[in-house]
Design a protein around this ligand. Structure first.
Ligand code: MG
Ligand code: ZN
Length: 223
């Protein structure tokens, strides 16, 4: 007789749990995407480490895009509202999600945020994920496009060390390009790494603080 391994009470099988969790997340992500499409809303999510420049990029994009779009922003953060306070100054609708200890957004949290937005009056939603370049890649949220932001201050191997993250990106932003020389970083090499991991992704160098490269990011999203 083959031995059957079963979890004892109170013990969970991490791997099975994870498969179920990811399946459930994917289902809700698909529903989010349907809901957005039904309402004629385009959607972008933005991933990157803490300090890479996600909020700065989003703020600059909103400044430009609000001329043509009615924008809602969903801001993911562990406990603070620092970023949503910055973006709200652009007079767009902002919903904060505080994840507590969770290091990523998931489709269910985004679904809750979508319920709080006036979808009838929006045609573009931008989602800033929690600052983290690893596990958010496993949790699609239901958005059409994904921007991944890295900065040259994060070192020379950000792309090669996070292949799963970059494989799902439509646009990769290489930010703080003004600091590349001081950091001893070859930004062209980062760009090459992006194309090695994901030949379909566009890599764009920016100095988001000054708005440089931001119009390129926008045009490559084909909104
Ligand atoms: Mg931020
Ligand atoms: Zn996480």
């Amino acid at each position: 007789m083959k031995e059957i391994v079963r979890p004892q009470e109170g013990e969970s099988f991490d791997i099975e749990l994870e498969v179920d969790l990811l399946k459930a997340n994917k289902k809700i992500a698909d529903e989010n995407m349907d809901l957005l499409k039904k309402n004629g809303i385009k959607s972008i999510d933005v991933m990157g480490s803490i300090g890479a420049g996600k909020t700065t990029l989003i703020t600059q994009m909103v400044k430009e895009l609000k001329k043509n779009f009615k924008i809602g922003v969903i801001e993911g953060d562990l406990t603070t509202t620092i970023d949503s306070d910055i973006i709200r100054k652009q007079n767009v609708e902002v919903i904060q999600i505080n994840t507590g200890k969770e290091c990523h957004l998931d489709a269910n949290l985004v679904r809750k945020a979508l319920k709080k937005l006036d979808l009838k009056n929006l045609n573009l939603i931008i989602i800033e994920n929690v600052g983290n370049l690893i596990c958010p890649a496993e949790f699609p949220l239901g958005s059409e496009k994904r921007i991944v932001v890295i900065s040259v201050t994060e070192g020379p191997n950000m792309v090669l060390k996070h292949p799963y993250t970059f494989r799902e990106a439509d646009v990769v932003v290489i930010n703080k390009i003004d600091l590349a020389k001081a950091m001893g970083i070859n930004a062209k090499k980062l760009e090459k790494d992006v194309h090695l991991i994901n030949p379909k992704a566009k890599a764009i160098m920016t100095n988001s603080r000054k708005g440089e490269g931001v119009s390129d990011v926008i045009s490559n999203l084909n909104l």
